[in-house]
Design a binder for this molecule. Sequence first.
Ligand SMILES: Nc1nc2c(ncn2[C@@H]2O[C@H](COP(=O)(O)OP(=O)(O)OP(=O)(O)O)[C@@H](O)[C@H]2O)c(=O)[nH]1
Ligand SMILES: [Mg+2]
Length: 282
Amino acid sequence: MGKYAQLVVGPAGVGKSTYCRRMFDHLRDRKRRPHIVNLDPAVPGDLPYESSIDVRSLVTVEDMMQEYGLGPNGALMMCLQYLMENIAWFEEELNDFPDDYLIIDCPGQIELFTTVPFVKGFVEMLVRNGYHVCTIALVDASYIADIPRFLSGTFVCLASMVKLETAHINVLSKCDLLPGGTSNQDLEKILQPDGEYLSRELDRGMAVRRLSKTDRFARLNAAIGKIIEEYSLVRYVPLNFEEEESVEDLLEQIDMTLQFGEDEEGGREIPDDVDPEEDDEK
Ligand SMILES: Nc1nc2c(ncn2[C@@H]2O[C@H](COP(=O)(O)OP(=O)(O)OP(=O)(O)O)[C@@H](O)[C@H]2O)c(=O)[nH]1
Ligand SMILES: [Mg+2]
């Protein structure tokens, strides 16, 4: 049987938890058996979805802050280290879902991919347990009005691509909030980043310095644009939850990336006469 996991990452507030909930509903509608995993020990109160595994049952940021007198960021790192030391707990929880589809809601801190090897270790555990893993890296569509901000989101995607080495899809989230006047041409420059456009916008953001072509910042901006474009490092799939077709297009790409259904005959969708709710209770 195939096991599949979407690992949902991205900066704070980009829409990760909303994505998990909406993708869960969409997969359910497609008669699949998704489960949401909350991997963020810092969430206060209720989650915006029903989780099948919640890391807060093992440890919370509040516990660590109280026990070690740490601030919230240090406590988060400590929690994740604790989870890795007790990964058997997670593997045991996974046993309840032997052949299902996980949607994993990650914390938003970039340090998870850069300074601590937590997410990488977590992905290795999933692979060891037979999961096909696809990282879904979200960048907020509102960033495109501010190119330096968009590029910082792009570099977060790049960091997770390089560090995690899983199959990977970058998603431009919250496209329903794009201003009405956004043309396809404007959007295209972002979805398949146009290096010249990016470096020009970076120069413009620094106009106060009156950049000449030889200025070292102008050369740096040109180099950044060129690297992103020439190496085709980062491309985005637009996502608008208000449009069914947009969610379906993304799911198709995820299915292809995860090679969904190729491990067993006929894929893994639930037959029409089975109610997924009832089926889960068995
Ligand atoms: N219009 C619109 N709003 C969205 C969408 N996705 C998320 N939001 C809103 O953006 C805010 C943040 O969304 P979350 O899903 O909590 O973001 P997150 O990445 O999980 O945030 P953290 O867990 O704090 O890092 C909430 O107010 C959501 O309602 C979307 O597709 N469209
Ligand atoms: Mg969240």
